[in-house]
Ligand binder design. Structure first.
Ligand code: PMP
Length: 434
């Protein structure tokens, strides 16, 4: 029954019972962390075979180059070939770099702010323009809810964020097209597959509109962060459109910059990251990079190539991840549907891959729910994190990150979270904040 349809006295009885449950859970002295999308130790162990693949005397590349030494800014050729296939581009359209795609995204935007991008009229940073000042600051479109670290990069670099709603098949394109017509709007963040946090997969129609739309800025960029390209939950990776080809066909070959990494394939701290784009963009990025490094960690790239050998090797490896991760997502779904379905107080996503479940609760309740869960020893991502400037205008979105804890821990944490949701919503309906 919907909580909102209950008589006041029934609702008060529900509140009392929930409070009892909450106090009992609190008494267990839990200490559980559901804050970040980190792989669990057994996922990391899946890649341990990699560690012994580059030993003494095994450090030369396919053409005999000694990878212990300086050089090869764009990444070793064998890694460029493997990850070109992974990203759906040619080897000339990719840079394979260090251990995190976030660094590449940060550097790309920092480079745009300082030096500009091919096709543009100069640096994205305007003299005297401060983020939030309205006039003149370069802007970035942010589908919400979205990934907090994307937003943090923009905030750090003074790029003003403008939001559009994230729908089931990508961002609301009417809203995107309206914003992109503004010459100050320079980019859009996209997580096209199993998006963080909703799990949405971009459709052909949305991707085509992104590739074709008229933009006010000639150097507008789609920041296509394909962080979860092969990270399915057992059903095989979803298909997404080939955005680079769509942009080429639409006459906008330089519009998209694609990012990816093996952070959640091999090691979150020692994977390899990649950026793929038109050869013009790759040449620009390689030039910018050449001022910052004499070359990436080539031995780690070599380890990855030897470990996987081929795209099939990557896909086979991801089946093992799915076996570990799927039961955790099932535990989240089980708790949410058992405790919250049909009560009219929450909706949540059922992702087919990625690292998150997105939970929307009654308006103005998320902060209090997260506070209550914390009081009972369950740490959740702070309310507002999935919005620019950490401000969720409706205070309703909660990101659940189930990969790191064990299934038993998730079951416990979800019990706490669900009780906190019900209790907070019941109190709101009774006209109280707490
Ligand atoms: N992009 C998205 C959408 C992510 O969710 C994450 C990790 N949470 C990253 C990028 C980070 O990637 P990397 O480890 O390659 O820096």
């Amino acid at each position: 029954m919907k909580l909102a349809d209950m008589q006041k006295s029934d609702l008060e009885a529900v509140e009392k019972q929930l409070l009892g449950e909450f106090e009992a859970l609190k008494g267990e002295g839990l200490s559980l962390d559901m804050t970040r999308g980190k792989p669990a130790p057994d996922q990391l162990t899946l890649a341990d075979g990699m560690l012994s693949l580059v030993g003494p005397g095994e450090t030369a590349g396919e053409d005999g180059t000694d990878y212990r030494n300086y050089g090869i800014v764009e990444g070793i050729p064998e890694a460029r070939r493997l990850f070109a296939e992974y990203m759906g581009v040619t080897p000339a359209q990719i840079i394979v770099g260090g251990n995190g795609s976030l660094t590449m995204m940060y550097d790309t935007l920092a480079g745009a702010v300082l030096f500009g991008m091919p096709g543009g009229k100069g640096p994205w940073k305007r003299a005297g323009a401060a983020a939030g000042s309205g006039e003149g600051a370069s802007k970035v479109i942010c589908p919400v809810p979205g990934y907090d670290r994307h937003f943090a990069i923009c905030e750090r670099l003074g790029l003003e964020m403008v939001t559009v709603p994230m729908l089931d098949d990508g961002p609301d394109m009417d809203a995107v097209e309206a914003l992109a017509a503004d010459p100050d709007v320079k980019a859009i963040w996209c997580v096209p597959k199993y998006s963080n946090p909703t799990g949405a997969v971009y459709s052909q129609a949305v991707s085509e509109r992104l590739a074709k739309m008229t933009t006010g800025a000639p150097d507008f960029r789609i920041l296509w962060d394909n962080a979860y390209a092969v990270h399915h939950l057992g059903g095989g990776p979803a298909e997404i459109p080939d955005i680079l080809s769509l942009c080429e066909k639409a006459g906008n070959p330089d519009r998209v910059l694609m990012f990816g990494s093996t952070s959640k394939i091999t090691y979150a701290g020692s994977g390899v990251a990649m950026m793929a784009a038109s050869e013009t963009n790759i040449a620009d990025a390689a030039k910018k990079l050449s001022f910052a490094t004499i070359g990436p960690d080539k031995l780690n790239q070599l380890r990855h190539v030897r470990f996987f050998q081929s795209m099939d090797g990557i896909l086979a490896h991801m089946e093992k991840h799915a076996d570990i991760v799927k039961p955790k997502f099932d535990a989240v779904e089980e708790a949410l549907s058992r405790r919250l379905a049909d009560k009219g107080i929450a909706d949540w996503t059922a992702p087919q891959g990625g690292y998150f479940v997105s939970l929307d609760v009654m308006d103005d309740c998320a902060s209090e729910i997260i506070r209550l869960a914390g009081e009972a020893g369950v740490k959740c991502t702070p309310a507002g994190s999935t919005f620019p400037y950490k401000k969720d205008p409706a205070d309703r979105n909660i990101r659940i990150a189930p990969t790191l804890p064990s299934v038993a821990e998730i079951e416990k944490a979800m019990e706490v979270l669900c009780v906190a949701v019900e209790l907070t919503c019941a109190r709101r309906l009774l006209g109280r904040n707490r």
